[in-house]
Design a protein around this ligand. Structure first.
Ligand code: DGL
Length: 263
């Protein structure tokens, strides 16, 4: 595998762009290939079997386009599909995501941690295992957020409907005494400014985009696959490419063309 090959990154939609931004800022030399599975968003309410299959289809496509590494920039897809991806591609540098329970358990002072995530992530065996492993000394309050991903997909990052929905998800966490909130879905960093407005200043927000970029950097270095210089980005969507093109300036920071992925 050549170091100049791109890194494949995917999510159910635009959420993984929050991770792609961290990768771009940490590894500016890398060429990136981003696939938004927008034809099947949201993943949060779909079955694990369906998402597992989507992971396989998308991974095959990204590898056919020459990817030297894959990042599953989605907590829900990681929970459903990373084990099978690792089985199928045992030698591939592969990074997944999971809600940041370990750092949150360390950071909390009240001893109560809130997790905002999709229903799929919160109901997964992987999440249960994560709690068993790292949250035995703290209380964890989980909050599924149906409908929120759709707002973010539509670019409604601070509209009245998004605000109302988010307030209804955050209220029970505050009532429970959480002082640390985990953003357990890659879409949610895009509504951090809105969250900040509605939360007391002493509540911490934790997400995992930067940790994923660090892990990717370490894996590439280990395999001698780092690429210096300045890399480009290619965008693909299984939904309407123009929809993604419309939100890219706000979510990615610059305009770009998007190609259609029919898989
Ligand atoms: N961005 C995804 C995650 O990190 C999933 C959102 C969805 O499609 O429901 O969980």
């Amino acid at each position: 595998m050549a170091s100049h090959a791109p890194i494949g990154v995917f999510d159910s939609g635009v959420g993984g762009l929050s991770v792609l931004r961290e990768i771009r800022s940490r590894l500016p030399g890398e060429s990136l290939l981003y696939l938004a599975d927008s034809g099947h968003v949201p993943y949060g309410e779909k079955t694990q079997a369906f998402i597992r299959e989507r992971c396989q289809v998308i991974a095959r496509f990204l590898l056919e386009r020459g990817a030297k590494a894959l990042v599953v920039a989605c907590n829900t897809a990681t929970a459903a599909g990373i084990v099978e991806l690792r089985e199928r591609y045992p030698n591939l540098p592969l990074v997944g995501m999971e809600p940041a329970v370990k750092p949150a358990a360390r950071a909390t002072r009240s001893g109560v941690v809130g997790v905002l995530a999709t229903t799929g992530t919160l109901q997964s065996a992987k999440f249960a295992a994560l709690l068993d492993r790292f949250a035995s000394d703290v209380r964890v309050v989980t909050q599924p957020c149906p409908g929120l991903v759709e707002c973010i997909e539509a670019g409604a990052l601070d509209g009245a409907h998004t605000r109302k929905l988010l307030e209804s998800f955050v209220a029970p966490l505050l009532e429970a005494g959480c002082d640390t909130l985990i953003l357990g879905c890659t879409h949610y960093p895009f509504i951090k400014p809105l969250l900040r407005e509605m939360l007391p200043a002493d509540i911490s927000l934790i997400d995992t985009g930067e940790a994923v970029a660090r892990r990717l950097e370490a894996l590439l270095a280990e395999k001698g696959l780092r690429r210096p210089g300045a890399g480009g980005v290619e965008f693909w969507s299984s939904g309407d490419p123009q929809r993604l093109e419309k939100v890219l300036p706000a979510l990615w920071g610059e305009a770009a063309e998007v190609s259609f992925f029919s898989g």
